[in-house]
Design a protein around this ligand. Structure first.
Ligand code: IMP
Ligand code: MG
Length: 182
């Protein structure tokens, strides 16, 4: 498998530095607030664990497990909630933690769905932003890195449920993998 480890585009060191910066910024912005960090699983798990520990405030952790590929193609895939939150977010300050925003559909759906529960505020922090992939408009408040319109894996992101444990971000090489567009 020639494409096993791909071509690194964001190193472990770069991840560490940027996530520390995001943690500081969020710590500053959420002083005196009732912060609930909502991780969108599975993809956000690595980023989430690092970011949560870089925020030096009392906060509450929660998770949503979603699946996005029921329709196979990027434009038709629908967002399905596989596991719900355990927290009541009414009146609280929600920060959604994503691995990557591509078409924007997942986030748009989640923003709408969670907005109906009347949180005090709702913002989004994504490790990666693939702006070229956008099909629907959606507000993203904090971005770790902008990435090109290529399929990336590692640091939580998968290709067919593999590669999530790579400690850096890589572009999966096409050599012997049939890499699709999501
Ligand atoms: P969106 O709804 O198109 O914005 O898709 C977001 C979801 O698609 C992410 O949470 C990822 O799970 C997945 N995704 C999009 N681009 C990539 C990629 O390059 N690598 C791995 N997963 C991706
Ligand atoms: Mg995913």
């Amino acid at each position: 498998m020639g494409g096993l480890f791909g071509k690194p585009i964001v190193t472990q060191e770069e991840m560490r530095t940027r996530i520390a910066e995001l943690g500081q910024q969020i710590t500053h912005d959420y002083r005196q607030k009732d912060l609930v960090l909502i991780g969108i699983l599975k993809g956000s798990f690595a980023f989430y664990a690092d970011l949560a520990r870089a925020i030096t405030l009392p906060l509450c952790v929660d998770f949503l497990v979603v699946s996005r590929y029921a329709g196979k193609t990027k434009s038709k895939g629908r967002v399905k909630i596989l596991t719900e939150l355990t927290e009541d977010i009414t009146g609280r300050d929600v920060l959604l933690i994503e691995d990557i925003v591509d078409s924007g559909r997942t986030l748009r759906h989640l923003r709408e769905m969670l907005g109906k529960r009347k949180p005090q505020s709702i913002k989004v922090c994504t490790l990666l932003n693939k702006a070229k992939g956008r099909l629907v408009e959606v507000k993203v408040d904090y971005v770790g890195f902008d990435v090109p319109d290529q399929f990336v894996v590692g640091y939580g992101l998968d290709y067919r449920q593999k590669y999530r444990n790579l400690p850096y971000l890589a572009v999966l090489e096409q050599s012997d993998e049939d890499v699709p567009k999501p």
